[in-house]
Design a protein around this ligand. Structure first.
Ligand SMILES: [Zn+2]
Length: 161
């Protein structure tokens, strides 16, 4: 039994996940890749202006970890802005603060971050089918919470314990 992964909590996934400087030929274009939680760190600290302590709490990480994630995000963004690189936002190790699920029979329900990281849903609370899938945020090649059975948002049979 290995160490459990630390899931970072994310409230918001940006609707645009690729930024490209105009007029740069593809063969010359370099890109930086920001994870969804790096963007969330920038959002909390730089856009919402929250204190470090509050930011860390919101993302379910220590202040040290939060600072490292934020620093990495700022460094990559600066690299892109100053060196004319494209920015891609994708992937990471996170769970949404709230995640909607839908079952094969059309029932929908919401699962909180705390529930997701302790007991992820295995069946529909209404009809108890195990054919359930998360409704993913729109507009992204979204890889968050990429545990096997939920990859790609396809119908799949939940694994039973
Ligand atoms: Zn159902």
């Amino acid at each position: 039994m290995g160490r459990q992964p630390m899931w970072r909590r994310v409230d918001f996934v940006p609707p645009v996940n690729y930024f490209k400087p105009p007029g740069v030929p593809l063969s010359h274009l370099k890109e930086v890749c920001l994870s969804v939680e790096e963007v969330e760190a920038v959002r909390l600290k730089d856009l919402e202006g929250l204190e470090l302590e509050e930011c860390a709490k919101r993302m379910n990480v220590s202040r040290t970890t939060f600072s490292r994630v934020l620093g990495s995000a700022r460094q990559k963004t600066a690299d892109a802005l100053l060196n004319g690189k494209a920015i891609r936002i994708e992937g990471g190790k996170f769970e949404m603060a709230l995640r909607r699920f839908r079952c094969l029979n059309g029932h929908e329900w919401t699962v909180s971050f705390e529930t997701m990281i302790t007991v992820p849903p295995r069946f529909c609370p209404v009809c108890h089918t195990t054919s359930i899938m998360p409704l993913q945020p729109m507009g992204m090649g979204w890889q968050g919470g990429s545990r096997g059975r939920r990859r790609g948002g396809r119908w799949s049979q939940a694994e039973l314990p």
